[in-house]
Design a binder for this molecule. Structure first.
Ligand SMILES: Cc1cc2nc3c(=O)[nH]c(=O)nc-3n(C[C@H](O)[C@H](O)[C@H](O)COP(=O)(O)O)c2cc1C
Length: 115
């Protein structure tokens, strides 16, 4: 919505696909990690539509939550809920577009998932 998650994913410099809210029914054909911001359920519905499309959910390897700690116990709750709903690990949580350390952490995690 405000470009923070997109900016973080760009910094990873990894192949990436961005869910299109107008048409989330894209079939992803390889294992992937999902990065999501935190908003109310009706805004997150497109992510569920994407995951429920074809075999997408079965290829989900983990989730990265982007949020704001000012929301206290609601920090990255959308990613936590998705992790529960799809039995996928919450790999990491970031604020804004993530720090250099966040980029390093995720690159390592993705490398481990690949090997
Ligand atoms: C209306 C609104 C509600 C939000 N609610 C939460 C929240 O409950 N928990 C949280 O951690 N962040 C919350 N955020 C912060 C965003 O999820 C966070 O800034 C995120 O990095 C935005 O990603 P985006 O730019 O990719 O949309 C909210 C932001 C807005 C504008």
């Amino acid at each position: 919505m405000t470009g923070q998650t997109r900016r973080f994913v760009k910094k990873l410099d990894l192949p990436a696909y961005e869910i299109e809210p107008a048409n989330p029914f894209f079939e992803i054909k390889e294992p992937f990690v999902l990065a999501v911001p935190t908003y109310d359920q009706e805004i997150m519905d497109v992510v569920y539509d994407f995951l429920d499309h074809e075999q997408n959910a079965s290829l989900l390897k983990g989730i990265i939550g982007s949020g704001n700690r000012n929301f206290a116990e609601l920090f990255v709750y959308a990613a936590k809920q998705l992790a529960k709903d799809y039995q996928a690990p919450l790999l990491h949580a970031i604020e804004f577009s993530g720090t250099v350390e966040d980029v390093d952490t995720i690159k390592k995690v993705v490398n481990e998932l690949e090997s």
